[in-house]
Write a protein that binds this ligand. Structure first.
Ligand code: KG4
Ligand code: ZN
Length: 348
């Protein structure tokens, strides 16, 4: 007897509803993945405005769920369990998803699981590449997070090995894009510009790679400042800013540090599989350099397709399915969203 799990995501600017089928043998199959994004409403502010995001979630939640059920050819009454992002994320945005999930769970009389958004970014890979090996290293890179995680069990044991001490990798892309007069979010236009540029044109700093720096932590704020200073100086000198070369050199610095630290952590921990996820995992240079360095180190690399890497409901449904399969406890109906939910709390 297979079970249908509904996943609800609303931690940032994407309203996501996913539906998956959990089979008795533990395989998880994607049935629907509907997302409504409010990114266009934030673009002119150069970053996500929490109140705007919350309002957009409220308007998009039910229509997005209806689209997911239509896509999957399922009815609400087919749902066997619901998983919702309980954190981390924006408080008001999380609240909309959690309230919706409680309403659906109560109306349908099915169990509800409050799950971790970060673990969801890793669990989503099972929808594309099948079950995870028993030990995995995850590099999570998005607008809000940059972390190296040791995953002993996706349903019950994740340990943080390192994280950023300042800006997240995606945040650095967004800020550098602003300096270069490129649109928000900055990842895609920088990725595109970088393809036409020379990655060794400018030697930008590699943050936290000194002998005394924490081995698995990251820092991108010095890099961002270095790019801003370089651009400023060039403009002051009356020269035209070589946008493509700046983009390529910045991108090279980010990809170099992320992949070097990930491979080092995998070797250090004796882990044979690396999963890269989060919006920045869509970056062309990050994936090509990771492929090169993982192959050289004998590490299996798994990168979900871009659509699964960015925030969505399918990742929460996938994690929910693993949590259900592992017989983890159900959340009490009075649980609250936790904007600062630690990564080792996979489900409440
Ligand atoms: O995971 P995500 O959709 O949302 C968060 O949870 O933050 O990640 C969004 C981030 C943005 O900062 C965006 O600039 C970045 O992912 N991003 C990229 C690319 N596509 C999106 N960064 C680098 N290269 C890309 N191709
Ligand atoms: Zn995310």
């Amino acid at each position: 007897m297979s079970r249908i799990i509904m996943g609800i995501e609303s931690s940032c600017d994407e309203t996501g509803v996913g539906l998956v089928r959990l089979s008795d043998d533990g395989t998880v199959e994607l049935l629907a993945d509907e997302v409504a994004s409010s990114v266009d409403q934030h673009a002119r502010f150069g970053g996500v405005v929490p109140e705007v995001a919350s309002r957009a979630h409220l308007e998009a939640m039910v229509p997005t769920a209806e689209r997911a059920f239509a896509t999957a050819g399922l009815k609400l009454s087919d749902v066997d369990a619901i998983a919702v992002t309980a954190g981390p994320g924006l408080a008001g945005a999380l609240l909309v998803g959690v309230s919706a999930a409680k309403a659906y769970a109560t109306a349908l009389d099915v169990p509800l699981y409050g799950v971790n958004h970060l673990a969801g970014h890793i669990a989503v890979d099972t929808l594309q590449h099948g079950p995870l090996p028993s030990l995995v290293l995850a590099l999570l890179v998005s607008g809000g997070h940059t972390q190296l995680l040791r995953v002993d069990d996706i349903a019950s044991k994740i340990t943080e090995l390192g994280s950023t001490v300042d800006d997240a990798a995606g945040e650095a892309y967004d800020k550098v894009a602003r300096v270069l007069d490129l649109p928000y979010p900055g990842g895609p236009p920088i990725d595109k510009a970088a393809r036409e540029g020379n990655p060794s044109a400018i030697a930008f700093p590699r943050g936290m790679t000194g002998p005394r720096d924490a081995k698995f932590d990251f820092s991108f704020s010095g890099l961002k400042t270095a790019v801003a200073r370089w651009v400023e100086k060039t403009e002051r000198g009356g020269a035209e800013v070589p946008v493509n070369d700046v983009a390529a050199s910045f991108q090279e610095a980010v990809a170099d540090v992320l992949t070097a630290k990930a491979v080092r952590a995998a070797k250090d921990q004796g882990i044979g599989t690396l999963v890269i996820s989060g919006g920045v995992a869509a970056n062309s240079r990050l994936s090509s350099l990771a492929a090169e360095r993982c192959a050289a180190a004998g590490i299996e690399l798994r990168v979900p397709r871009p659509r699964l890497c960015t925030d969505n409901g399918a990742m929460i449904a996938a994690l929910g399915a693993h949590v259900v399969a592992a017989d983890r406890p159900v959340a009490p109906l009075d649980f609250s969203a936790n904007p600062a939910l630690p990564v080792d709390v996979i489900s409440l």
